[in-house]
Design a protein around this ligand. Structure first.
Ligand SMILES: [Fe+2]
Length: 442
């Protein structure tokens, strides 16, 4: 047995012990209910396709006119398209500027190496402007406030936490060309892999599920997220901050089939299923009909696997990839749903627990271009990261979460603090970038 396997078995034993002598009975009951629910929901998702994913307008968010039912739908499904956050022309202009930057800086690293389309660039002027745009900050603030503290506590009383203060997490962009096949992003979950079971704080995000009360699970409870450690193994390219939602801003028109994002649009159910899955072992083949009969699954603490968690081949850390074989009841082949068509300036956001992938094929005529811009609220841990990120920005090197393969010092036309044109009139942008103190003392 390898060290990892021993650790995995220990983690399962610790969780079982934590949840009392009736853990087996509670987990088994929950497992049966979750499978029954998945049978219904996965069929509905497959039938409805992209229209199952909610779309809201930025204007309605600003006006506060979304209904309680709309908000509840966004929360349950965990993914949302927000239309018209940025003016179309501005978004297209940013794309042109990114293309210009890449042309002037052929040394910029990207994937694939011989025809770069996904760029390890963080500090171009257009990225800075997009992150600093008041509408992006307003949209991410709204998403942050979908999270709430439990019980009587209140977000404003949690020390160092302000859901209404958004932070700017620097990530990359892609300009994906039609016809190019993209294998790099099969269904996966960001922000925490084995940590979801191993880290005591992170697994407390899922305590209701592990206690058998999966229906009570609320993926939007704030407290356990604040100190959850999503990166115990310093895996590169893994966000170490608490992102309420991962997201992107469209810089081109992109429709289903054009190399867009796919999601499993039910974060409550996918969490419940994925978190309990390692405690059960199938007795029949995963592609057989009998797999849906709960009698064909047995509770098992002895196997050393955590289903879906894979050791990375070439780098440290683990991936979390649900698969058809290991997670048959998610029916990923039919439920991974492409997000609806977007125009430049629209945004797409998905909860940090959502299973997502990128379409392998791009059959459209236009580049599918997006800037990755997640929703990140002010919390003590996030603030610490943003301070380090601000240092990286000033030095022109990649942010701390990303491999320091390329330094930016030789790039022509990188953005600087002076280029935060919107930031000059907008202190929120400087705070978001962790530059507020610099501004105050300048
Ligand atoms: Fe991802």
């Amino acid at each position: 047995m390898s060290t990892d396997e021993a650790t995995f078995a220990d983690i399962k034993a610790a969780i079982a012990a934590e949840n009392g002598p009736d853990f087996e009975q509670k987990a088994t009951q929950a497992w049966a209910e979750i499978i029954a629910e998945l049978q219904l929901v996965t069929n509905t998702i497959a039938q409805e396709g992209p229209s199952y994913i909610p779309t809201v307008s930025f204007a309605d968010i600003q006006a506060g006119s979304l209904s309680a039912a709309q908000i509840a739908e966004v929360k349950r499904k965990g993914s949302v398209v927000i239309k018209d956050v940025i003016d179309d022309k501005q978004a297209r202009l940013w794309k042109e500027e990114l293309e210009e930057f890449v042309k002037k800086n052929p040394q910029a690293e990207g994937f694939p190496e011989d025809d770069k389309q996904f760029f390890h660039l963080y500090w171009t002027r257009s990225q800075l402007e997009a992150r600093a745009h008041p509408n992006m900050l307003a949209a991410t603030t709204w998403l942050n406030t979908l999270y709430q503290p439990t019980g009587t506590s209140n977000a404003s009383t949690l020390a160092g936490v302000d859901l209404k203060t958004p932070l700017s997490y620097a990530d990359r962009f892609r300009i994906r060309r039609p016809g190019f096949e993209w294998n790099a992003h099969p269904p996966h979950i960001d922000g925490g892999t084995i940590e979801r079971w191993q880290d005591i704080k992170m697994r407390s995000c899922f305590s209701d599920i592990l206690a058998g009360s999966w229906k009570k699970h609320d993926p939007y409870v704030l407290e356990p997220r604040l100190e959850a450690r999503t990166s115990l193994y310093q895996r590169p390219n893994q966000s170490s901050v608490f992102r309420t939602f991962q997201g992107w801003l469209a810089l081109s028109a992109t429709a289903p089939g054009h190399g867009t994002l796919k999601v499993f649009p039910d974060v409550l159910l996918s969490n419940a299923y994925i978190i309990l899955r390692p405690f059960f072992r199938p007795l029949v083949a995963p592609d057989s009909k009998e797999i849906w009969d709960v009698k064909n699954w047995v509770f098992d603490l002895t196997t050393p696997e955590i289903a879906g968690v894979f050791k990375r081949q070439t780098q440290v850390g683990f991936n979390l990839h649900p698969t058809e074989e290991l997670h048959p009841h998610l029916s990923l082949n039919k439920t991974m749903t492409s997000v609806p068509a977007v125009n430049p300036g629209d945004t797409v956001f998905w909860h940090c627990d959502v299973v997502h992938s990128v379409e392998r094929e791009h059959n459209g005529n236009e580049d599918s271009a997006v800037m990755y811009i997640p929703s990140v609220p002010l919390t003590p841990a996030n603030k610490r990261y943003i301070a380090r990120q601000a240092d990286a920005f000033r030095a022109g090197i990649p942010p701390p979460d990303f491999p320091v393969a390329t330094t930016g010092v030789n790039f022509v036309g990188l953005g600087s603090e002076d280029d935060l044109a919107l930031g000059k009139a907008n202190e929120a942008a400087r705070v978001a970038m962790g530059l507020q103190l610099v501004a105050a003392s300048a």
